[in-house]
Design a protein around this ligand. Structure first.
Ligand SMILES: [Zn+2]
Length: 136
């Protein structure tokens, strides 16, 4: 058993491992797989395997510089989407107490107490004053 562990450790030594791009690829794989449960499309079935093979290839790759550069590109490309998802997650988690609005000037997201009605607020980032209306 120890010999097997040592061989596995030697095999994994120097491998790139998991990163955000790989997590995104696995997530994409799962989403396409679930969508295809209903659609049963031959094209989607053929499309998901290269995604998983690429994710596995990246995980076991020893070319850290190239994998890291790919991951940086992925992170830069998905930054606006990840930011929106993060705001949506916060808005759902804090729905009882907070509402989120963006500043019309600098687009900063501002957390406001969940009080009904219209009022004027000042953006903490750029100090622009604007009207917000909270309905529920
Ligand atoms: Zn602002």
């Amino acid at each position: 058993m120890d010999k097997l562990k040592a061989r596995l450790a030697a095999f994994m030594s120097g491998r790139y491992g998991m990163d955000d791009l790989n997590k995104g690829l696995v997530g994409l794989y799962v989403v396409i797989l679930l969508v295809n449960l209903g659609l049963k499309s031959q094209i989607l079935s053929a499309l998901i395997w290269p995604i998983m093979v690429y994710a596995i290839y990246r995980t076991y790759s020893r070319d850290h510089a190239r994998r890291s550069a790919e991951n940086d590109k992925y992170l830069a490309l998905t930054k606006p989407l990840r930011r929106r998802l993060s705001i949506a997650r916060r808005a759902i988690a804090g729905f009882k107490s907070y509402r989120y609005r963006s500043c019309p000037h600098c687009k900063a997201t501002i957390e406001l107490p969940a009080r009904k009605g219209s009022r004027s607020i000042i953006c903490p980032k750029c100090k622009t004053e604007f009207e917000v209306r909270i309905r529920v």
